[in-house]
Design a protein around this ligand. Structure first.
Ligand code: ADP
Ligand code: MG
Length: 702
């Protein structure tokens, strides 16, 4: 019998190769499959009569095949399969490219169900529709509400959908971790029903109900987790960090600009927190470019001047390197040792500082891991900047008093805890500062991060001009390039972001290379450019970033790896290819890479398609410069039927719930608090406890 633990490859219909590909997206057993939720649905609840089809209409058509045959296209090495379908009202032309086997699968006289878009090609034509032969059984691909899943290389929607349809009944075996009382009280579906309905809903209300239950689970777990953390935290003790007023004032006075009032306020609050024995647990929330790093540096400086250690952890190697450079530069007048520790780098800020009074000066490069770890453990380094590499077990501090996590949504709670455990003193917990640019309103943030205090930076540094954002249609591309050329002549720099064109191009190597070649050979032959993608070695990436910062390269062609945090104030142009392939929140992050200096900056959006919906989304970018407003707009524009993915929300824990499920979040918070009163260690709810542990493990990393 099939159980939840049955591995996918044990199923008769699954070959080893498909099994392997599914394993790549973390799908190994039936349970995994069942919890791999669709991200949207196509509505083929109604069949359209062929005579009623209109150009550009998405529809489901059912009819008999009157003719089907393959032919070769003239110039290209391509097969075209052409068919005529008749449903009694009219005949419809259908074509498929390079799938000659279709003419073997579908025969004249077969009744088929087709789902696709009718295009006006002289005559109305269905181009490459999804097809399904009608036998007696139900249709899963072309009729009703058809689920769409995120795919991996060489797995099709049809394969995955079929596979899930084969095992969906196994959902009955799922045991429900949610206490029965809560479920009844809130009128939620059982978990097994919710899972069945999310995959194969019969009507839209099924999706809503399933979604509500699954979203509640996520929010409830999140809340339980928060409250468990808070409980631990409230009983913890931290190192008291004395406010070094004179040095701090000197440092601030030495900056090339004035702190914004919000920065000042945030720094002030943080310094106040650091002076207490209760460990700080604070979230610093400020839009991209609002200057969070500086606030972090003020805190790090005070910790270091108290002869304690501070750590700054960033989600990517590029960002860690950038922070290392920024912090080293900002604090160069203080006799502090600053280290960079990532999987590929162990650097020190100042090669003339001896490790200890009697040892020789250390080189800037060439430290090995053991050496730097020894220095950190011995307390010879004041500020440590790094990536996840900091979490490894052998990284030990002498007296870690402050842990700062940049772009905190990229890390899980478990990792935060991992870092906090390393204080070097069993009885003391480091102060914690989490930073994020995820636009969340304060009320929501409070509900989401029940365990954190919150500071918000709303103001942008003065003198920032809004970034001029324009959608560039193909016919204006050349003009845009000319404009970029002029800007570069005046000394400015530009980014070009490329989308992933193929699912198989995981690291964006292909898309970046193609774009680079096009621009480098054809458009800007006189301009020095660099290409950045996920397959480059860390060292190569650093060289490129450094070259770009030094203004050696004028244009940087990149994948979305530069999405978070990268700060190059001289760059004033952001060009985004295939802009419609990104969510608004992500586009906003890209745009935040420019407009960081005093110069007017520009963001050019090149859409890959030109439909109405795309246009409206991108127009929002032109009009709105505030990240929060955009995030809200994104949600509205994507409309019903979409289940929102994590990438957009910035919360890896949330697959189904969104930040906008405010009421549900409040309910979850209240229920979590109630449960914590009666069952503080979740001993009576072992399944929930287990879920919390799994939930934490599952949070994925970039
Ligand atoms: P984010 O909040 O996105 O992390 P950063 O800390 O990277 O932003 O800061 C963005 C840029 O703004 C940096 O180049 C930084 O030097 C600059 N900056 C920070 N604070 C101010 C300020 N008060 N006035 C002018 N520029 C500032
Ligand atoms: Mg930042």
């Amino acid at each position: 019998m099939i159980s939840l633990q049955t591995t996918i490859t044990e199923l008769k219909s699954v070959g080893a190769s498909i099994g392997k590909r599914l394993a790549q997206i973390g799908l190994n057993n039936i349970e995994g499959l069942l919890f791999y939720f669709p991200f949207r649905y196509e509505d083929f609840t109604r069949t359209t009569k062929i005579k009623d089809l209109q150009p550009n209409m998405t529809a489901n058509v059912v009819g008999q095949i009157e003719l089907i045959e393959n032919r070769r296209a003239h110039h290209r090495r391509m097969y075209i399969t052409e068919a005529l379908i008749n449903d009694g009202t009219e005949t419809l032309k259908v074509i498929w490219f390079n799938q000659p086997f279709i003419a073997k699968t579908l025969k004249i006289g077969d009744t088929v169900s087709l789902a696709g878009v009718a295009e006006d090609q002289g005559v109305l034509t269905f181009v490459s529709p999804v097809y399904e032969k009608i036998y007696s059984g139900g249709l899963i691909h072309t009729a009703g509400l058809v689920p769409n899943y995120h795919l991996t290389e060489k797995i099709t929607q049809k394969q995955l959908r079929y596979l899930i349809s084969q095992v969906v009944e196994t959902a009955a075996q799922i045991s429900d971790p949610l206490p029965e009382e809560i479920r009844k009280k809130l009128n939620l579906l059982s978990l097994s029903d919710a899972v069945k309905k999310i995959h194969f809903p019969k009507k839209w209300s099924d999706i809503d109900e399933a979604r509500r239950r699954l979203a509640f689970d996520e929010l409830f777990l999140l809340q339980l987790k928060s409250q468990l953390v808070k409980k631990d935290h409230d009983s913890a003790r931290a190192e008291i960090i004395e406010f070094k007023e004179k040095d701090t004032k000197e440092f601030v006075a030495g900056l090339p600009f004035k702190l914004t009032e919000d920065q000042r306020q945030a720094a002030w609050t943080i310094l106040g927190d650091l002076g207490k024995t209760r460990p700080m647990a604070r979230l610093l929330n400020g839009d991209v470019g609002s200057g969070k790093t500086l606030v972090a540096v003020i805190a790090l400086l005070n910790v270091a001047l108290n002869n304690k250690q501070g750590v700054l952890m960033a989600p990517t190697e590029i960002l860690a390197q950038q922070h290392f450079n920024t912090v080293s530069k900002l604090l160069e007048n203080f006799p502090l040792r600053i280290a960079l520790l990532t999987n590929n780098y162990r650097l020190l800020n100042n090669d003339t500082l001896p490790a200890s009074p009697d040892s020789a000066p250390l080189p800037r490069r060439g430290l090995n891991r053991a050496e730097i770890l020894k220095m950190i453990k011995a307390g010879e380094v004041d500020i440590i900047i790094g990536t996840h590499a900091l979490l490894q077990e052998d990284v030990q501090f002498k007296n870690l008093a402050l842990a700062i996590i940049d772009e905190q949504h990229r890390f899980g709670v478990e990792q935060r805890k991992e870092l906090m455990k390393k204080s070097g003193h069993p009885a003391l917990t480091p102060h914690l500062l989490s930073m994020t640019a995820t636009p969340i309103p304060r009320s929501l943030a409070l509900a989401l991060f029940g365990d954190l205090d919150i500071s918000v930076i709303k103001q942008m540094p003065i003198g920032r001009k809004p970034i001029m954002t324009k959608i560039v249609p193909e016919e204006k591309r050349a003009a845009a390039y000319n404009f970029v050329r002029e800007q570069i002549k005046t000394g400015r720099q530009a980014f070009v972001i490329c989308p992933l064109i193929e699912e198989s191009d995981l690291f964006g190597v292909k898309s970046v290379k193609e774009e680079f070649t096009k621009l480098d050979r054809g458009v800007f032959p006189e301009i020095k450019m660099a290409a950045l993608h996920g397959r480059l070695k860390a060292k190569e990436k650093e060289e490129i970033m450094r070259g770009f910062l030094a203004n050696d390269y004028k244009i940087m062609v990149s994948t979305s790896v530069i999405e978070v945090g990268v700060d190059v104030p001289n760059a004033t142009i952001m060009m985004i290819e295939g802009a419609d392939r990104f969510g608004l929140a992500q586009l906003h992050q890209f745009r935040g890479r420019v407009g960081r200096g005093a110069e007017q900056s520009y963001c050019f959006l090149f859409p890959a398609s030109n439909d109405e919906k795309t246009r409206r989304r991108l127009e929002a970018m032109e009009k709105i410069s505030d990240g929060f407003a955009l995030a809200k707009m994104d949600l509205k524009l994507r409309g019903s039927g979409e289940i929102f993915g994590t990438a957009q929300s910035g919360f890896p824990e949330l697959k189904i719930a969104t930040l906008w499920d405010y009421e549900l979040m409040q309910t979850a918070q209240a229920e979590a608090a109630l449960l914590m009163q009666t069952d503080p260690e979740l001993e009576k709810n072992p399944l929930l406890r287990e879920k919390i542990n799994i939930f934490e493990d599952k949070i994925h990393l970039e």
